[in-house]
Design a binder for this molecule. Structure first.
Ligand code: CUA
Length: 419
């Protein structure tokens, strides 16, 4: 029986097609994942997806045409048994000028088909709509190792500058948002896959992008430029709300931090351990998964976190947490507007209890997770400054801040009360 001989280029071609097909089948399951660029929810991401599709189909067309011609030629002019002996080589040619001209023309045509929508999209994505009313809503985003600060220049607070939040950017849906991109340290990149592509935050350089969410929604963002130890978990969220809900949110955020009970004098002695006995024990410090309710409906979970439930709050414990927040020098790095904190090295915590995530979008904001985070921040975000330089002196390795279990619980109760 004659053995079937398949030339190597054809084997390679078939392998490539099989690999592409299986990759497509595998990824097909996740095309609507939380950070999918295929499940677009705004005009900028939609325009970018359109460019991707145009490029994909043009290059797929080229692949099929070139691959078919190559496969045909390889098969048609393969070495036949005995060909070397007889010396009957196929007729040799020096090319066909018409075919060559045609190939140049076809290449130019393909490039034009790709270039026209690409240039149109570049102009579209770089020019934030400013004309007309209402114009683009301005936000300043600043990258830090490893979290994002968001400022709202249109929302000025008397004597305190613009409204500031951390790691959760709340925007009005259906309205263009113009984001000025800055960085405090190294290069970061601002990316909300479902709303807009990446734009770098570069030291000493003003960059910007604009985005718009078609409808209210909860979107996942990610730093997309390697920026050190915890780059991969330098995340953030974008929460798009209707204009009226957004106005309510802004109004609440402009308020100073919520005071559950009057501030306790700093020299009051620490409360005895017995008073914390009823609190829940610490959660696991390894599992990172969010709760099923949060996963299923993050926007609903976000809304549920906006209002406080005074019935479940422990006033004296919260007051103790507020006292510890000063005593343990948390105030040196964090601002809690209206309370004692004035630091600007870490995220503003004035309304941290109303956020769905902590640790730059890494952990769900529950009392258990916040407990784990405060107890061992370096476990969740290696290299972070709260631990390195805050808890531990980097030069000497000496422990600067020691938190006992009841102290952590009081701090968590205080921070969770800041709705
Ligand atoms: Cu910031 Cu990567």
């Amino acid at each position: 029986m004659r053995r079937l001989f398949v030339p190597l280029p054809i084997v390679r071609l078939l392998t490539a097609i099989a690999a592409l097909t299986s990759l497509n089948l595998l990824t097909g399951c996740w095309l609507d994942g939380p950070q999918s660029t295929f499940d677009v929810k705004g005009p900028v991401a939609r325009a970018q997806l359109h460019v991707f599709h145009t490029t994909l189909w043009v290059t797929a067309f080229i692949f099929v045409v070139v691959g078919s011609v190559l496969a045909y030629a390889t098969w048609r002019f393969r070495v036949r048994p005995g060909a070397e002996k007889s010396g009957n080589a196929p007729p040799q040619g020096h090319g066909n000028p018409w075919i060559e001209l045609g190939l140049v023309g076809a290449s130019v045509l393909c490039l034009v088909v790709i270039a026209v929508p690409t240039l149109r999209t570049i102009w579209f994505t770089y020019d934030a709509p400013l004309a007309g009313k209402p114009g683009a809503y301005p936000v300043n985003a600043t990258g830090y190792q490893w979290w994002f600060k968001f400022e709202y220049p249109e929302e000025q607070i008397d004597g305190a500058g613009p409204l500031v939040t951390g790691n959760e950017l709340v925007i009005p849906a259906g309205r263009p948002v113009r984001i000025q991109l800055r960085t405090m340290d190294v290069i970061h990149s601002f990316w909300v896959p479902k709303l807009a592509g990446k734009v770098d935050m570069i030291p000493n350089r003003a960059n910007h992008l604009w985005l718009k969410a078609d409808e209210p929604g909860y979107f996942y963002g990610q730093c997309a430029e390697f920026c050190g130890d915890s780059h991969a978990i330098m995340r953030f969220r974008v929460i798009a709300l209707s204009e009226s809900e957004f106005a309510v949110w802004v109004k609440n955020q402009k308020r100073p931090a919520r005071a559950v009970v009057p501030a306790v004098a700093a020299d009051e002695p620490a409360r005895p351990r017995a008073q914390f006995a009823s609190l829940r024990s610490p959660g696991s410090t390894t599992a990172l998964a969010a709760s099923p309710e949060f996963d299923a409906a993050p926007l609903t979970a976000w809304r549920a976190r906006q209002a406080a439930d005074p019935a479940t709050e422990d006033g004296p414990l919260i007051a103790e947490g507020r006292r510890l927040f000063q005593q343990k020098t948390c105030i040196a790095c964090h601002t809690i507007r209206g309370h004692e904190g004035v630091g600007i090295i870490g995220p503003d915590l004035t309304h941290v209890g109303a956020r769905t995530t902590i640790a730059a979008g890494t952990l769900e904001n529950t009392p258990e997770r916040m407990h784990d985070w405060i107890a061992d921040p370096n476990h969740f975000k290696p290299g972070n400054k709260m631990y390195n330089g805050g808890y531990v002196d980097l030069a000497t390795g000496r422990r600067l801040i020691d938190l006992r279990e009841p102290e952590i619980k009081a701090l968590v109760a205080y921070l969770q009360s800041l709705k």
